[in-house]
Design a protein around this ligand. Structure first.
Ligand SMILES: [Zn+2]
Length: 571
């Protein structure tokens, strides 16, 4: 575990070849490494991932930690205790989240930061988008939530979750969408849980560019997990409400053609550590699917009585450009709704994190990070004072504001549709340059060369020295000269390829030093351009001057000495 103190620090950690980062957030990374001299490193496990095991970030209130750890002691071991969270080693499949809170599984994968993406800037409402928004129906949304609640439990290993999965699949199919079920391994075991439901609407102009929106349909109650009944988990706010929002988005947008492809996801296994979405996002990353943004919905139906409808937008700093796009869309279409940004939920997490972990951008508009529904993850019960008063994550106490469900769904429709209509290409090219090599050159310079990426045709390359950007080189040139003058220290270089607004991962790193200190001189060459004589002023002795024409051809190679050397280039 390595703390992250600022954004640049995160980029530096990711460019450190000695680190394999498995998880990152704005506050810390979880990584494996041989080098333990990094600032602030906390060793969690000396033999990480030895048994194809898992680790879990368990969100847990401070005053509940002891009870949770005791109850879960056979299936999990505490490695680190932070404010309102624990990092644990998972010892068995019976491992449980804490009572009301979220959980993220950390797996032995290479996490990635996303590439830069140029999102459209929206200045005024679009007629088509306004038409889609007018079709968002509160009655339809509430009917979807009621149907999902009526499955009674959707805990992902209960048969009723499969019934819910099949109902969701039929809904997507009724909209004419190509729909499939995606299995994923829960705690490494296939076909133990219900599956992800994935519906695709292909774009007409950029079908290879995907906008993904999704919500988890599995539910959870702590008591039924402890007693192994897995029943009584109606999950109306968490998260029938989000599933309904995605279904309603699909119902409306599936009637129209868009330039870009849209994927509608209903994930399973979220409550036990984001299993379904992790598998989906990782498969997309492995297949180099160009996902230009992921929009998550999870808990959109509860509002503290008396408060105005508002949106708490949760996203890591790496997804800031997508969040800025969402703020922009909300400004234009819903100027009366306040939207505030937060880097995380203090007591949990959701499926957007699965996308951010593998190098995409995902954001999560949420009902209220401090005053969310108090009824989630609790078995419904009758109020002890008023026996007729039935409490739990159901429509009524928990989904208590249908208008808010409507508003959140509309922001999803507007952000997905606007991006799907955008007429500029949004390419994803990840191939970096290869074979970077830095060597001392002509006494006081380092010459850095590299080769083109294995795929893609970049417009140019960015050169980094010791992690900092130093130069942009336009393609097809594949070299850069770094003037070090009298700096004898080692410097390490790596290169990225630049494709429009996108920048690739780094190439390999190559290091070099001049190893000498005598060349403290400045060289003056004039006039430039020249077609007759040029004059070179410098304090070097017996060095070669190589002169190239505009095409890069070597035309003169001549010894120069101190003071002024005159070179005749008239021939
Ligand atoms: Zn949830």
């Amino acid at each position: 575990m390595i703390p992250v103190t600022e954004t640049n620090n995160l980029v530096t950690l990711f460019s450190n070849n000695e680190l394999k980062i498995h998880y990152y957030c704005d506050d810390y990374v979880l990584a494996t490494t041989e080098n333990l001299n990094l600032n602030g490193t906390i060793i969690l496990d000396n033999n990480a991932f030895t048994n194809n095991g898992f680790y879990a970030i368990v969100y847990c209130a401070e005053d509940y930690k002891n009870e949770y750890v005791t109850e879960n002691s056979k299936s999990g071991k505490v490695l680190f205790s932070g404010k309102n969270f624990l990092i644990m080693e998972v010892l068995s499949k019976e491992f449980m989240p804490a009572i009301n809170d979220g959980m993220v599984i950390v797996r032995n994968i290479q996490a990635k930061l996303p590439k830069s993406t140029a999102y459209p800037v929206v200045t005024e409402p679009d007629e088509n988008v306004l038409d889609y928004l007018s079709q968002v129906s509160t009655d339809t949304l509430m009917a979807y939530i009621q149907t999902l609640q009526d499955f009674e439990t959707r805990i992902c290993i209960h048969p009723n979750a499969v019934l819910a999965q099949n109902w969701i699949k039929e809904k997507y199919e009724s909209f004419g969408l190509e729909t499939s079920l995606q299995r994923f391994p829960l705690w490494g075991e296939w076909d133990w849980s219900s599956k992800n439901v994935i519906a695709i609407q292909y774009g007409t102009e950029f079908p290879e560019e995907f906008i993904v929106c999704g919500a988890h349909y599995d539910s959870f109650t702590y008591q039924s997990y402890v007693n192994q009944s897995f029943s009584d988990a109606p999950g109306a706010d968490d998260n029938a409400s989000g599933v309904a929002g995605i279904l309603e988005t699909a119902r409306i947008l599936s009637q129209y053609d868009f330039k870009r492809s849209i994927i509608y996801c209903s994930f399973s296994g979220e409550e036990l550590g984001l299993w379904g979405s992790s598998y989906f996002a990782e498969q997309c990353a492995n297949e180099i699917t160009n996902i230009v943004g992921y929009f998550n919905l999870d808990m959109i139906g509860y509002l503290t009585p008396g408060k105005p409808i508002h949106i708490d937008l949760i996203y890591p700093n790496s997804a800031k450009s997508l969040a800025d796009y969402y703020f922009n869309v909300c400004d234009v279409y819903f100027p009366e709704i306040p939207v505030q940004g937060f880097s995380n939920l203090p007591w949990g997490d959701s499926d957007h994190t699965s996308f951010n972990t593998v190098g995409y951008k995902g954001i999560w508009p949420f009902e209220d990070i401090y005053e969310n529904s108090p009824y989630i993850h609790n078995v419904p019960h009758y109020d002890s004072l008023f026996h007729f008063h039935y409490l739990g994550d159901i429509i009524g106490p928990s989904v208590n504001n249908p208008d808010q469900v409507n508003v959140f769904t509309k922001t999803n429709v507007a952000s997905v549709a606007t991006l799907a209509m955008y007429d500029q290409e949004m390419p994803l090219i990840i191939a970096p340059p290869v074979n970077c090599l830095a060597v001392p050159y002509l006494g006081n310079r380092i010459k850095i060369t590299w080769e083109e990426p294995l795929e893609g045709s970049p417009e140019g390359y960015n050169v980094y020295q010791d992690g900092s950007y130093i130069a942009h080189i336009a393609a097809p040139k594949l070299e850069c000269i770094d003037w070090l003058y009298n700096d004898p220290s080692w410097h390490c270089y790596k290169i990225t390829a630049v494709y429009g607004a996108f920048e690739s991962d780094f190439s390999n790193e190559s290091c070099a030093s001049l190893g000498v200190t005598e060349h403290n001189s400045k060289v003056n060459i004039y006039p430039n351009p020249a077609n007759d004589k040029i004059y070179i002023e410098c304090q070097l002795i017996n060095h070669n001057a190589e002169i190239f024409d505009m095409s890069g051809k070597l035309i003169i190679n001549q010894i120069i000495n101190s003071d002024t050397t005159t070179i005749d280039i008239s021939n």
